[in-house]
Design a protein around this ligand. Structure first.
Ligand code: ADP
Ligand code: MG
Length: 392
């Protein structure tokens, strides 16, 4: 039941072969950018909160080369079509939608005064799309890194991540916070990317205990994310802050939310309770993890899930089922903590567990979830990995 993560070097070889099969015989520039999983701190990266993701060892790889023209020709293993972009023009939103992530990033380079020359590119991914693991941020960061190679320039990592976030805002209409692009850009092996979203500074926190395994369970369902659910939640948090009359969620206490419960009204009061609670849970979780205090960490992850389910209302039946199965396996069965991860409305759960029991836990999660839903989930382990980089 435990899936093997494809090797990055195999992906690179296959992407070069894909390019050769469709566009150009030889890849001279290859960029790779990982997806991410978030251990705790959900839906608070746009609320000045703390988040604790890491870059997973699943990647989007872009293999390509300059083509001597003023056009980009882009294709993906997921699509037969070759998309042609006229690089003499500022990029705008168009069809097909998947190419908008690339258009948005190219536009970011154009807006910085870069003259992007013609290129051919082939995209290959080992990140399941729409699974809450940020294949979109990986595609943006891989594109930005590919363009760095093409232009022989290096952006400041933070600037690169922000450029990619703007592409997601403007070209995919997802008003995301900074977590996904920061995790994909800043990720390092054996390090979590703890981000203070108020200052916008990432801190690389050691995560190298071989006795700990992070399981990702993709429920294989995806309900609504970009159809407004995410934007609606973000709006609720903005409304809550305005009603509370504060400049930042970091200045709001749980007592403030309680004292203004009626004034905030439903659902903004519950959304607000989630934000304040999740910020303090994430701070506590970072401290607990640093001292290997799993008896504290597990309940914090559980409270995070319950809050996302009941107060923020971004979970769904399938995520709750997966979490319940892991909860039933429990601490004695090797599960330290489990919760939904990412934007929600489907996607994946993250389960922190004891390495020696990981295979057994994955087998139970897979079998029980299939029994309950009729859906075969995808379950794999992941360790913190290298962020966006040029290969070779
Ligand atoms: P998530 O970021 O959680 O995976 P999103 O809905 O934000 O989910 O992003 C998924 C979208 O990213 C896909 O619908 C597609 O447009 C684009 N995408 C992801 N992987 C690829 C790929 N390998 N090739 C082309 N487009 C991709
Ligand atoms: Mg996304």
């Amino acid at each position: 039941m435990l899936q093997i993560n494809p090797n990055l070097s195999d992906l690179v070889t296959d992407a070069a072969a894909g390019l050769a099969g469709r566009l150009q015989p030889k890849a001279t520039i290859t960029a790779a950018a990982p997806g991410r999983v978030n251990l705790i701190g959900e839906h608070i990266d746009y609320c000045d909160g703390f988040v604790m993701p890491f870059a997973i060892d699943r990647y989007i790889v872009i293999a390509g080369c300059a083509n001597g023209t003023t056009n980009a020709r882009i294709t993906s293993a997921l699509s037969e079509e070759v998309v042609t972009l006229d690089l003499t023009q500022p990029q705008e939103i168009s069809e097909p939608k998947w190419a908008n992530y690339l258009r948005g990033v190219i536009r970011g380079f154009q807006d910085r005064g870069h003259h992007v020359p013609g290129f051919d590119a082939y995209i290959l991914s080992s990140i399941p799309g729409g699974a809450g693991l940020s294949s979109s941020a990986a595609l943006e960061c891989a594109t930005a890194t590919f363009l760095e190679g093409l232009l022989d320039t290096v952006l400041d990592t933070k600037e690169k991540a922000l450029l990619c976030q703007k592409a997601e805002h403007d070209f995919a209409h997802v008003p995301c916070g900074i977590m996904d692009q920061f995790a994909s850009a800043f990720g390092k092996p054996n390090r979590l990317v703890l981000i203070d979203c108020q200052t916008g500074e990432p801190e690389l926190v050691p995560f190298e205990n071989p006795d700990l395994t992070v399981l990702i369970s993709n429920t294989m369902v995806h309900h609504e994310l970009s159809d407004g659910g995410y934007a609606a939640r973000r709006k609720h948090t903005e409304d809550g802050l305005a009603i509370l009359g504060k400049a930042s969620w970091r200045d709001v206490t749980a007592a403030d939310v309680q004292a203004n419960w009626e004034k905030l009204g439903d659902p903004v009061n519950r959304r607000s309770r989630h934000v304040v609670g999740e910020i303090s849970r994430t701070i506590a979780a970072a401290a607990a993890l640093a001292r290997n205090d799993f008896e504290t960490l597990g309940p914090l992850m559980a409270a995070s899930h319950d809050s996302l389910r009941d107060d923020f209302e971004v979970s769904c039946k399938e995520l709750d089922i997966m979490v319940e199965i892991a909860r039933k396996i429990g601490r004695n069965g090797g599960v330290i903590g489990t919760r939904m991860t990412g934007g929600g409305f489907g996607g994946s759960t993250v389960t922190l567990c004891e390495s020696r029991k990981a295979s057994e836990i994955a087998a139970t999660l897979g079998a029980e979830y299939e029994k309950a839903t009729g859906i075969t989930p995808q379950i794999f382990a992941s360790r913190p990995s290298q962020g966006a980089h040029l290969v070779g």
